[in-house]
Design a protein around this ligand. Structure first.
Ligand code: SIN
Length: 549
């Protein structure tokens, strides 16, 4: 199987977690007292989408002002008919315990001065229910969990280890020339990962592998996501034959800072939750024309409204106006956003913030059951990489950190059951990576060009508003790039960029093909060719599985 830069022996653990955001770190901590756990992460432990999350984590925490049924209803409304009700109920009811667990692990949420959590509000929520630490909630969660993980003697951390592919029983059988077994009964056996420091591909064996690799915002030219968000988990799982669902539902955050020197900087929805108003260049507050919930409508609606304003006027950005709010309130609640804007010469106390929509969250992913189990035995998935049924066709703000923490608890319980049934992986020997006849890559420019091409074509052809013609164009180009990547894969030693390029190509094709298949408009998938929602034919997930892998 595969190609790489060197041979090496294998290392085994009970559980390998790939990725190190809130889901992966929580899962490792939940398991570490009872199993040997390794975390593989391609940069440092704290490089993740979680670290950049600003707004917070939603849960019903004030029973006098809020009710789980309301949180459930808001989530279902945002999800446009595709949420799984049982998942939504499970996650919402587990919310307060998830917050308590994070606090016990050292996350310091803001309080109101009387010891009660301060709760903010975001689009689509009918009550204040978002726990936060000012406007750096993700960073607060990530830092606390990283510290707990580093202190734990039973968690081995492999930083700068980039997962390349899953090792499964079916793949090894095929490699041994025993034909391609049917996918039923397939089982995960570990992961191949490139040690970026030594350029060697190492084999890691495990009884359970949990994908916690986050999303894929980097398939788009403009995104709020960090560089690591290249869809690695979805791509690896799909290549291994796992079911993947709802990839057409890619969420665009309405308000990313529009400034030449700012890359990926989010302007949290909490600003609108606290009274921010979107205006066009003429100063008109345009959201009332689009939805009675105005600036606090769900994200799909707000992002499309901005998109239509920009297309209509030819303007480059819209504006988020906070100037009617007291300056000391803005400084206290949004210190990080205020500082960053000031560095760029934008004073939100006295001038509106220029904003544009940008790719933010992958609502689909590797399909999992109530315990985070994918369709391949022993392969679990938590967080953005997974499709649990919570988000449906559009995610409600701040539900994702909640989902990650709740499913990390459930997946840990599942992992222990698998370990009980199957025993530790200590006896497991997975074969070393085979470099074949690979050589050093001669032209990096080929990889860079394909990266740029994909991100631009996804932005232009597979964005907020879609047409079948543009999707078909995108598909043709992506198929060509996929062929070229496949050729390079066998010819050259692996590099981090080539591994990610293969993954963004796979994930982009999954998004395009799911979007082409869904002949209706719903939630985040908006097609000018099929502008109606078609409940008769499409009130269902779009599930895809690789054929003949
Ligand atoms: C935000 O702060 O607007 C992002 C929160 C989220 O995406 O859930």
């Amino acid at each position: 199987m595969g190609n790489g830069s060197a041979h090496s022996g294998s290392t085994t653990f009970d559980v390998i977690v790939v990725g190190s955001g809130a889901g992966g770190l929580s899962l490792a901590l939940n398991l570490a007292d009872r199993a040997s756990v390794a975390i593989l992460t391609k940069r440092s432990l704290s490089d993740s989408n979680t670290s950049l999350a600003q707004g917070g984590i939603a849960a019903v925490l004030d029973p006098l002002q809020d009710d789980p049924e309301q949180h459930i209803a808001d989530t279902l409304t945002a999800g446009a008919g595709l949420c799984r009700r049982d998942t939504v109920e499970r996650v919402v009811h587990a919310g307060p315990a998830a917050i308590a667990q994070l606090r016990a692990r050292g996350v310091m949420f803001d309080t109101d001065g009387h010891g009660q959590l301060h709760l903010t509000r975001e689009g689509g929520h009918s009550a204040r229910r978002v726990a936060h630490q000012a406007d750096s909630t993700g960073f607060a969660i990530e830092s606390a969990l990283v510290q707990r993980v580093r202190e734990h003697p039973n968690i081995a951390v492999f930083e700068r280890h980039q997962a390349v592919d899953l090792i499964t029983r079916a793949r090894l059988a095929r490699r041994a020339g025993r034909g391609t077994p049917g996918w039923k009964g397939d089982r995960v056996l570990g992961v191949y990962a490139l040690d970026i420091g030594s350029d060697r591909v190492e084999a890691f064996g495990a009884t359970v592998v949990c994908l916690a690799t986050g999303g894929a915002g980097k398939i788009y030219l403009y995104t709020t996501n960090p560089d690591v968000a290249t869809g690695d988990g979805v791509a690896m799982a799909w290549r291994a034959g796992a079911k993947v669902a709802n990839m057409e539902f890619f969420q665009f955050h309405p308000t990313c800072l529009y400034h030449q020197q700012a890359k990926n900087f989010l302007i949290s929805e909490a600003l609108r939750g606290e009274g921010g108003i979107l205006r066009n260049r003429k100063g008109e507050a345009f959201m009332p024309r689009f939805d009675p919930r105005k600036d606090l409508a769900p994200r799909d609606i707000v992002a499309r409204a901005i998109d239509s304003q920009l297309k209509e006027s030819g303007d480059e950005c819209a504006y988020l106006d906070m100037t009617h709010l007291p300056a000391d309130f803005l400084e206290a609640h949004f210190p990080m956003i205020h500082d960053r804007c000031m560095q760029l010469g934008i004073d939100m106390r006295s001038q509106p913030i220029p904003v544009v929509p940008a790719a933010h969250y992958q609502c689909g992913g590797v399909q999992v059951d109530a315990d985070g189990q994918t369709s391949i035995d022993g392969l679990l998935a938590v967080g953005e990489v997974a499709c649990t049924g919570l988000h449906g066709a559009n995610r409600l703000a701040s539900n994702s950190l909640l989902e990650a923490v709740v499913y990390a608890e459930r997946a840990a319980a599942k992992a222990l059951i698998v370990l009980d049934q199957r025993g530790s992986a200590r006896e497991l020997h997975v074969p070393a990576w085979d470099t074949g006849s690979a050589t050093n890559p001669d032209e990096q420019v080929v990889v860079t060009q394909s990266w740029d091409e994909i991100r631009r074509l996804m932005w232009n052809y597979v964005g907020i508003v879609r047409s079948s013609r543009r999707l078909l164009r995108a598909q043709r180009r992506l198929q060509l790039i996929a062929q070229e990547v496949q050729q390079d894969w066998w010819r050259f030693y692996l590099t981090p960029d080539l591994i990610e390029l293969r993954n963004i190509t796979t994930v982009s094709l999954l998004v395009v093909e799911s979007a082409l298949a869904r002949q209706e408009s719903r939630g985040l998938h908006w097609s000018i060719d099929y502008p109606q929602t078609d409940d008769e034919n499409w009130a269902r997930d779009s599930v895809t599985v690789r054929s003949g892998s």
